[in-house]
Design a protein around this ligand. Sequence first.
Ligand SMILES: NC(=O)c1ccc[n+]([C@@H]2O[C@H](COP(=O)([O-])OP(=O)(O)OC[C@H]3O[C@@H](n4cnc5c(N)ncnc54)[C@H](OP(=O)(O)O)[C@@H]3O)[C@@H](O)[C@H]2O)c1
Length: 222
Amino acid sequence: MRIALLGGTGDIGEGLAIRWARDTNHTIHIGSRDPEKAETRAEDYRVALTDQGFDVDIHGSGNEDAAAAADVIVVSVPPQYAADTVAGVADGLEDDNIVISPAVAMDRDQAGFHYDRPAKGSIAEVIADATPDGVPVVGAFQNLAAGALTDLDNDLDYDVVVTGDDADANADVIELAEEIDGIRALSGGSLANSGEIEAITPLLINLAMNNDGMHDLGVKFK
Ligand SMILES: NC(=O)c1ccc[n+]([C@@H]2O[C@H](COP(=O)([O-])OP(=O)(O)OC[C@H]3O[C@@H](n4cnc5c(N)ncnc54)[C@H](OP(=O)(O)O)[C@@H]3O)[C@@H](O)[C@H]2O)c1
């Protein structure tokens, strides 16, 4: 499988990239608005993993080339840029691709973080609107903290809830999520349920901010 992380130069992109690179044989394409930045970051991830003895396949390029080279495209950019970023790569998308939304729109005030629900219901649905018809969009990874992923000494024990309207794409994303050691993937049903998953993330951050010793929280449903 070939996985592109648009904005893979950032926090969650790095976390997912290095976990997939370490735990699977998939080819990872780091995307960026700036191809040179993507190449540099890809090299950083590659060196960090090869230094630890892992054999990895990580490349860097512009977002458009990364998407065109991949089967699965993770839109790992801030939520307000997600639709434009997908629109920018749309020409290279085909029906057998899968677009994944890990995005969460949040506001912050003095009280803490609050979910900023888009009029469409969720950022995953905003991304679906920007994605060509026929290309499945799946929500996943919204509740994983980048810091928990990037610390490779950290043993994960988290759930990832997967939402989407294409059963085959959902199954592929569940498999892809569970290939990361310590992740269990659960179906959350239709893409229209994505807002409920996205809304958990500000709760996790508020818990981390208000309780000593808690950081990089995730969810585990029992
Ligand atoms: N951080 C987390 O722990 C976490 C956890 C779960 C989900 N998420 C979600 O994942 C997404 C990315 O979060 P993040 O924390 O990784 O973000 P980030 O580090 O702030 O940004 C990720 C990348 O987005 C690109 N970017 C920045 N401004 C852009 C713009 N105007 N247009 C297009 N691309 C732009 C940048 O890549 P280039 O400059 O290389 O183009 C940047 O490296 C968000 O939607 C967030 O809600 C984050």
